[in-house]
Every structure is written in C-alpha cells, then in structure tokens.
Design a protein. Structure first.
Length: 421
C-alpha cells in the first residue's frame, strides 16, 4: 500500500509540474526564448522518477549493443560527435571543451522527454497532449499579438530596449517563433485528433501568422517547408522520411561546395528588393567554405567562429548602410559550422547520427498522422539548420526536444484512444 500511495503522489506531482510548465511556456518564448532549455530539463523530471524509464528507455539502447542496430548506432554516433567536440576544445582558440555538454545534454534530455511522452498511459496521454497543444497555441497567439502591437508586452518589462526601432525586442520575438515552429506540427496533429481537422488548420494558421507578423524570414521558410513536407507525408509517409534524411545527409556532405556561390552575381540580382540579411548570408557561407580547407582534417576547434569574427573581413552588402562582417559570430548554417570547427570527424559522426536516427524512425510503428507531424517538424528544423542555426545555441536543440515531446504525445494519443485511430 505504501508503494501504491507513493506512486499516486508521484503521478499527481508529475502532472501538476507538467501543467505548470505548459502554462509557463508561452511566457518563456515571449520573454526569453533561451529559457526553453531549462524548461525542457524541468519537463524531464517526471521520467526520471519512474522506474520503468530506466529499464525500458535505456534498455532499448543497450539491450542490443550492436552497431547495426539503429538505436544503439545513433546513440554511439551522437556520443562520438560530442566527444569530438570535447577534444576539439583543447586546440580551439576558445579552449572550451565543456561546449560538448551544450549539445549532449539537450539531446539526451530531449530523448528522455520524447520517450516519456510516447509511453504515458491512456489518461495521461489525453490530458498532457491537450495541455501541450494549448501551450503551443497560446504561445503562438501571444507572439502574434506581440507582432501586431510592436512588442507591447515586452515593452512593459525592463530593461528598456534602446536599439533603433526596438530591434533587439523584435528579433527576440522572432526567435520565440523559431522555438515553437517545429512543435507546431505535432500540436496540429493533436488538435485534429482531439477536435477535428479544422482545429488543426487553425493551429497551423496561427503559427504562420506569428511568423509573418514577427518578420523573421527564416521562420516563414521553415514553416513553409514543414507544411509542404507534412502534406506530402500524408500520401507517402516513410518515403518522405527517407527523402528528408537523404537530403539532410547530402546537404551536410556537400555543404563545403558553398565556396562556389556566385556572391557578386547574387548581389547584383537581389539589389533593390532582396533583404540585406539574406544577401549577407550568401557572403557568410562562401567565406566560411573558403576557410574550411585550411582547418582540415580536424577543423579549427569548437566555437572558432567567434574568434574569427574579430579579424574577419567586411563586405558591402546591398541594402545595408554599412559594411558587414563575413563572420558574425557563427556561419548561420549548422553544417558549414561543423565542417569549419570540427572537420571530417565531426561531419562523419553527425552524418552517422542523422542516418541511424532516420533508420530508427522509419522502422518504428507509427501512425500516418504522427509520421506527417514528425516530417513537418524535421523539415522545419532542417530549413532553420541551413539558414541560421548555430551549434552552440542550446535553446535550438531544446526546441527540437519540445517537438519530439509533441510527436511522442501524438503517438500516445493515437495508441490509447480508439476514436482517433
């Protein structure tokens, strides 16, 4: 009886914690998107207090310690990648081997949260899934309001933004949309399961509105890619996943070919209508690709880009009132950053993680709507990866963990409630 009483209290406390976190999620993405990483860590607490978590989740990885088994091979690949980050920190000008934990921790915590969401019981599946979808909807709703009002809520709280036209506040709101964008797809599938397809369309439409109103073009690109991919996945789910994984790996392997980008021609073509930020990116990508061969085979080391920034050349970009650096903190392309800072070992390890992770997902017995949600989230993440992501932005990995949680909940909902089968 004592054990039963403990489990009941544990479950009640876990539900209360998750509901409180979902209530805080909209405020987190509006007032501090970087807070998504500690949010995800707190969301993993219920899993850590369950005995079956330690038995089943790690059992899925270590019961068959064969490098041909996707779960185990994927775990080995991401572990090798982070070990290499740690090692590179010793020859990097930054000398920060601990940066490895900035990648490893959110990946592991995201996996914990996803496992927990995919294995909850019938009652929990319904309650947590509804709370999750409501949190994503409220978050996007508040972000859309901030876009319409010019950041009215952020203006209430200190510190006051002194940048021209409150640029920092507006950029932070755009990052809030970025943090929720991958989670929008599982939230839409949950809304369709709980209510109907029109509710799902409303959820997705709200996310698109938030992206447009907060004026970060990368968000619009990511959501467009995600929506198109999710629609295709409903027709050919596993083929879509295989195609996405192939594209992701090919983009990683071929990223260094950015050296051949015709920057001057693109500048001439885009002058007068293309955003300066978009034109600036092509110059950054080319300059990064030009530098990569100097660091091969092992790369320049973790976070080298930040050091390069101080000595980087500048370039005149159409639409910009001043010359811009060809290295503003990071290359605005995750794959180019891996090539630059971690070299061939980093590319091989991360490529292995993408390959085996995709193999594991394709082999899983998931329902078509859940696969569509996963494909949409993957495409949105991939689009951001190619145009703005940095390897050292922990909140971006936490955003992927939040989306993985939603995919797990959508799976649980379809498994436990016959009327959404």
């Amino acid at each position: 009886m004592a054990k039963v009483g403990f489990r009941r209290r544990r479950d009640q406390a876990s539900l209360l914690l998750l509901f409180a976190l979902f209530a805080l999620l909209p405020l987190t993405v509006v007032f501090g998107h970087r807070g998504l990483a500690p949010w995800l860590l707190l969301a993993s607490i219920p899993a850590f207090f369950r005995g079956d978590f330690w038995l089943l989740s790690f059992g899925a990885i270590f019961d068959r310690m064969d490098p041909r088994v996707p779960y185990f091979a994927g775990f080995l690949s991401i572990t090798a990648f982070c070990v290499w980050i740690f090692a590179s920190g010793y020859w990097s000008p930054q000398e920060k081997p601990a940066l490895a934990f900035w990648v490893y921790a959110p990946v592991l915590v995201g996996g914990v949260v996803a496992w927990f969401a995919a294995n909850v019981n019938r009652v929990w599946a319904w309650r947590i899934a509804v709370a999750y979808a409501a949190a994503i909807v409220c978050g996007m709703g508040v972000l859309a309001f901030e876009g319409v009002s010019g950041g009215a809520l952020r203006a209430i709280l200190p510190p006051e933004d002194q940048s021209p036209d409150r640029a920092r506040d507006i950029i932070s709101l755009g990052r809030g949309v970025t943090a929720l964008a991958p989670a929008l797809f599982p939230a839409g599938i949950i809304a369709a399961a709980v209510w109907n397809r029109y509710a799902a369309l409303a959820v997705l439409g709200l996310g698109v509105a938030a992206a447009i109103l907060n004026d970060v073009s990368a968000n619009a690109v990511a959501l467009s890619a995600g929506l198109a991919t999710a629609i295709i996945a409903f027709k050919a789910p596993r083929t879509t996943l295989r195609g996405l994984s192939f594209f992701a790996i090919a983009a990683l392997v071929l990223a260094a070919l950015a050296v051949f980008i015709p920057v001057e021609s693109i500048f001439a073509f885009g002058e007068g209508w293309a955003p300066a930020s978009s034109l600036h990116r092509v110059a950054i990508w080319q300059a990064t690709a030009e530098r990569i061969p100097e660091g091969l085979p092992f790369g320049f080391g973790a976070d080298y880009s930040r050091i390069w920034k101080d000595a980087a050349d500048t370039i005149d970009v159409p639409g910009s009132p001043m010359p811009l650096s060809v290295m503003p903190l990071h290359p605005h392309n995750l794959y180019l950053q891996i090539w630059l800072e971690l070299g061939l070992p980093g590319v091989l390890a991360f490529g292995g993680f993408l390959y085996w992770g995709a193999r594991a997902f394709v082999a899983a017995e998931l329902q078509k709507p859940v696969i569509a949600a996963a494909a949409g989230a993957f495409a949105a993440v991939l689009a951001s990866t190619l145009v703005e992501t940095s390897l050292w932005q922990v909140w971006r990995f936490a955003a992927m963990g939040l989306a993985a949680m939603g995919i797990g909940l959508a799976h649980s909902l379809h498994m436990n409630w016959s009327r959404v089968q």
